[in-house]
Design a protein around this ligand. Structure first.
Ligand SMILES: [Zn+2]
Length: 244
């Protein structure tokens, strides 16, 4: 289940958070995660221990980096990357989103955590499946991986043009009947459902996946939204995971 913690200004998955793992999908109340000082202030204020914060550049790729805390910088930026995994403790993995989908991964058996950012481009290239594969490469078993999908734009608001639809038909034809909805002559993509289906395809069991019920574009009180706010006014929400 995903629940809201007003003290942490974030939602989190009860399948993931415990004494050893802290994760969250922040609301806009936590501030604009595009500003590093906002992220540091948030972690300090919430008393989330961190010897290091990892910030992927996010270029809508399916590149995944395995983090070893050898770099002494308190904030480490990872170029050309949209997914990060680690076995390290006290290393806060972050992504920033405003309509794209943030996903947190956690395997408590082997102590591997991860986080990824995916919009339609990353989803088309099956980013969540690649994250699961990278985690198994470093010792996770698929049946031990628990996944929480955060707030993204919903199928209520995500209309896509013909070109994008054709991209999906070419790459993911098997899912097209489930993930596209026609309304008033427009075609809408269900981004969370697509990623849920990709997680099942990757071998994650239904019982180990938590969903998010809200749409970032609809809910202006809680979320930033690229589509609603526009590029010029863009602010993004922090999502994070850390283990102790
Ligand atoms: Zn909506």
């Amino acid at each position: 289940m995903i629940i809201f913690n007003p003290d942490l200004k974030s939602f989190y998955s009860t399948k993931i958070n415990d004494d050893n793992v802290v994760s969250g999908f922040c609301t806009r109340e936590a501030g604009d995660a595009l500003r590093p000082e906002v992220v540091i202030d948030y972690l300090n204020e919430m008393q989330i221990n961190h010897k290091k914060i990892i910030v992927p550049e996010q270029i809508h790729s399916v590149n995944v980096a395995y983090i070893i805390a050898s770099n002494p910088a308190n904030i480490e930026n990872i170029a050309d990357t949209d997914g990060i995994i680690t076995r390290e403790s006290n290393v806060v993995l972050t992504v920033r989103t405003a309509d794209c989908l943030p996903v947190v991964f956690c395997d408590k058996q082997s102590g591997v955590i991860g986080i990824s950012h995916q919009g339609w481009r990353g989803s088309l290239k099956k980013m969540v499946k690649i994250m699961v594969e990278k985690m198994t490469d470093v010792g996770s078993r698929k049946e031990d991986i628990v996944v929480a999908m955060g707030p993204s734009i919903g199928q209520c608001c995500y209309d896509v043009d013909d070109d994008r639809y054709i991209n999906f038909m070419e790459e993911l034809n098997g899912y097209s009947k489930k993930i596209f909805v026609m309304r008033h002559g427009k075609r809408y993509l269900d981004l969370p459902l697509l990623n849920y289906l990709l997680l099942l395809e990757a071998g994650i069991s239904k019982e180990n996946i938590d969903f998010f019920p809200f749409c970032t574009n609809c809910d202006s009180e809680r979320f930033f939204s690229l589509r609603r706010d526009g590029k010029k006014n863009l602010q993004e929400m922090l999502s994070y995971v850390v283990q102790y």
